[in-house]
Design a protein around this ligand. Structure first.
Ligand code: ADP
Ligand code: MG
Length: 252
């Protein structure tokens, strides 16, 4: 692989006596789509938090775009081109969807006041909304959207920051099947634009459709790093993760 856009080496994180991540090594190549899987509570969201500056690793290093970002804060990391979305995104109630999108700037997590939005950004916002099948909610308060629409909007917000890598935390959880299809198409287009994706997701169909590689965590460790098609024949993965997912009907 060419120089990866993200390289996580020997990362560890504890909360009190709870050692969440032990010795994590993970790479994401430029333009790659990597799935991050594992049972609930295994540390997937924590790893996204460490990578995006929402929490600080106890040990190890995180290199992004050639910079050591291990100790950087959220805004600096977003400016460098790494942004994340959340499992349960919250949106402002007083701004419309279009206003929220227009106000998102390259600081990634900030909204700037926008007395005079320029025409190019309005056109970009309209194109984004159209691509997300969200044009009909353009003028509604962002906070009034459904959970699934908020997730799509949070991806659009991430795109407005001109990222090199987007980390997505369970993008399809709670999302209506119609929007799920829009989400797959959107993420394909995002990837075609040269943006790498690291996706935490339980929906194996979604993973198989999108990801070229999967990293599976269990009890704070990487237990597999393989193509999606190899997951079902990996005994450790089946035992730690897919067995319960299969019981719940999440995979065939
Ligand atoms: N801010 C925090 N403070 C204390 N414990 C936390 C915090 N964030 C996560 N944890 C703990 O870390 C473990 C992994 O959580 P998380 O990364 O959310 O798992 P996952 O996303 O894989 O379901 C859990 O035991 C959780 O309680
Ligand atoms: Mg999580």
């Amino acid at each position: 692989m060419a120089e990866p856009v993200l390289k996580i080496s020997g990362v560890a994180k504890s909360y009190g006596a709870n050692q969440v991540l032990k010795d994590i090594n993970l790479e994401v190549g430029a333009q790659e789509i990597v799935g991050l899987l594992g049972p609930n509570g295994c540390g997937k969201s924590t790893l996204l938090n460490l990578s995006s500056g929402f929490a600080r690793a106890d040990a190890g290093s995180i290199i992004f775009g050639g910079h050591d970002i291990t100790a950087w804060g959220v805004e600096r990391i977003a400016q460098a081109g790494l942004v994340r979305t959340f499992q349960l995104p919250s949106m402002p109630h007083r701004m419309t969807v279009a206003e929220v999108l227009r106000a998102a700037d390259s600081r990634g997590v900030q909204f700037k006041t926008m007395f005079a939005p320029d025409r190019s950004s309005m056109q970009e916002v309209d194109a984004l909304l159209e691509g997300l099948s969200l044009s009909h909610v353009r003028n509604l308060p962002a906070g009034s959207l459904s959970g699934g629409q908020k997730k799509l909007l949070s991806i659009a917000l991430a795109l407005r920051t001109n990222p090199k890598l987007i980390c997505l935390d369970e993008p399809t959880a709670g999302v209506h099947p119609n929007l799920r299809h829009s989400m797959v198409q959107l993420l394909r287009r995002v990837s075609e634009r040269g943006i790498a994706l690291l996706i935490v997701e339980h929906d194996m169909h979604f993973i198989r459709e999108l990801c070229s590689r999967c990293v599976v965590l269990d009890r704070g460790e990487v237990i597999a790093n393989c193509v999606p098609a190899s997951l079902t024949s990996n005994e450790r993965v089946v035992e730690a993760y897919l067995g319960s997912a299969r019981d719940k009907g999440a995979i065939a």
